[in-house]
Every structure is written in structure tokens, then in C-alpha cells.
Design a protein around this ligand. Sequence first.
Ligand code: KG4
Ligand code: ZN
Length: 330
Amino acid sequence: MAIVLGIETSCDETGIAVVEDGRRIVASALASQVPIHAQFGGVVPEIASRRHTQCISQLAQQTIDEAGVAVEAVAVTIGPGLMGSLMVGVGFAKGLAYAWNVPLVPVHHIEGHIFSVFLSDNPPTFPFLALVVSGGHTCLIACDEPHQYRLLGSTRDDAVGESFDKVARMLELPYPGGPSIQEAAKAGNPRAIRFPRGLEHSGELEFSYSGLKTAVLYARQRQTASIADLAASFQWAAVDVLVSKTQLAIEKTGAARLVLAGGVAANRLLRERLVAELPIPVHMPHLSLCIDNGAMIAAAGDSRFRHGLRGDFRVTPDPNLPLCNKGVRS
Ligand code: KG4
Ligand code: ZN
């Protein structure tokens, strides 16, 4: 049995959790900065790191007290993300691991999202295909075995979550854009406007969301469609691309199961359409574990710890960390 503390501070959520065996959340706490950044329409990096600094100690103390168990390893997101925000989490994790004399386990943020699914009631077995969709990433990854990944395709420009956030701004809907577009779309017709699907017929597993975003901007300027119809048509097109590229990836790789993860995995239309339209089972995290959180980092850290992949105190945050960085085998 392993008890791992996970720390996530790569963007605008301070997430701390204690997880047992990579499967069960013993205690967790999350301090969201959404209300702070909402007034600026997006994350302000300096404010984000300052806020992490202000709340991390108290959040960690609360989680550790609530868990009431001895921690055997400290896992922390070391990238990708905002440099200042990552530094707060990594520095704090180093301090804790040193004081407790336990290993420090560096975790890639995307790997954390993938491992959020192991905290669900229906965890997958390796190998699987992963569709990771968030504010910073849109990628299809072949997960051959734990910590062995092959990037099959990613976005050439905007990430899908980023396009939800930018389109919400155009439609004067509140930040973050994903949930507010999903809400506005309820009253709209998804077939009101046929927006372009980026790289639709390319036969490749690459994504592009900038053309879709610009098409929504022009449609908004024409003022002929309602906000609800624009939101519904945009959401349908954005999800359509994810479904069809995932279908293509399944055809190309013969994958037997899909893992959906990342903030955009909370999107109801995406969840429903993947389950309805894919020929293979879909494993998804609980809604509460789609956005950034400490538990997913602890779950990934638990697996790294078991596989002998851990860091040392020289580890530094990397805002552009590639997924294939495997850490130090001990
Ligand atoms: O994973 P996450 O918390 O942070 C990053 O790693 O980027 O993802 C945040 C992103 C935001 O762009 C947000 O608009 C999007 O996830 N998001 C959604 C939904 N909930 C959050 N997008 C579509 N539908 C949702 N329900
Ligand atoms: Zn994330």
C-alpha cells in the first residue's frame, strides 16, 4: 500500500490530495482562482503564482490533517505550465519531501490528467488510446504501458479548451468558456451554422482550432444568429473534430479502449458522443477530476513511484516539458 501526496499548481488551481494506491482519494483540497482571473477574461500569470504562494501551506496542512496517515512520497507537477506557478508547487514539494525524508516524484501534467481515470469506478488496463483535451492541450496519445507514451497528434494552433475560452469572450459569456458555452448551447440549435472543422479531411491526427474560432468571430459580427445558436453550433463543430480524429486514431492503431481526460473532458456533449459513436469502451474521470487537481498528480506519482521512476532534489520546473521525459530510474 502506498500513500502519496499530490501537488498541482501548473496554472490557476492549487490542488493538493492524499491518495492511497493510486486509486482511492483519502483527502483532497482545491483552491480555484477562477473568480480572480474571470474579471480579466483569462489567467494572469503573476496573479496566479502569487495566489498559489498565499494558499498552498494552509491547503496542504488541511489535507494532511484530514488524511491523518503517513505520506510515503510527494508527487508534484513539474510541467508543462506557467513557470511562476510551477515554481511554487515544486519548491513547496521539495520542502515537504525533504522534511519528511520521503521521495520526490516529478509528474508531467498530461500524465496526471491521464491518471485521473484510475480514480474512477471504471479504470482501464494498458494499452489504451488517450484523448487529452484541456486549456493548453489537445492530443491523441498511444499509452502502450505505464509511462510509455507515443504522441500521435496534437494541435497546430489553439487548444480546444482555449478555443472555448476565446469564443466565450467573443460571445460575452463568462470565463472559463467551457462551462458557459455548454450552458448557453442548451437553448441553441447545433445545426444553425455549419462552422469549419479544422483539418477535417487531412487524414492526419493533427488538430487545428484557429479557423473555427475566426469563423465564429465573423458570424458574431454579422449579427444574424443568436448567442445560443452560435454557442451550440461552435460546440458541435469543436466536438465533431474530436470525435472524428479519435475514430481515425482507433482505425490507425487498432486501440481497444479510449481514455478521455483534461478539463474539456467535463463537456457533456463530448462525453455522450464518444460513448455513442466509438466502437470501443470509453473510460472517463469523474466530472470533479476533469479540471486540474492534486489527486490526479498523486495517482500518476503513485504509479511512477512503484515503477522506480522518481526525481531528486535537483529537479526543476519546465514550462515546455515534453511528455516523453521519463524521469530518473532509481
Ligand atoms: O485541464 P484544465 O483544468 O487546465 C489545463 O490544463 O489547461 O482545463 C481547463 C479548460 C478550460 O479551457 C475550460 O474552458 C475547459 O477546460 N472546460 C470545458 C468544460 N469545463 C472546463 N470545456 C468544455 N466544456 C466544459 N464543460
Ligand atoms: Zn490541466
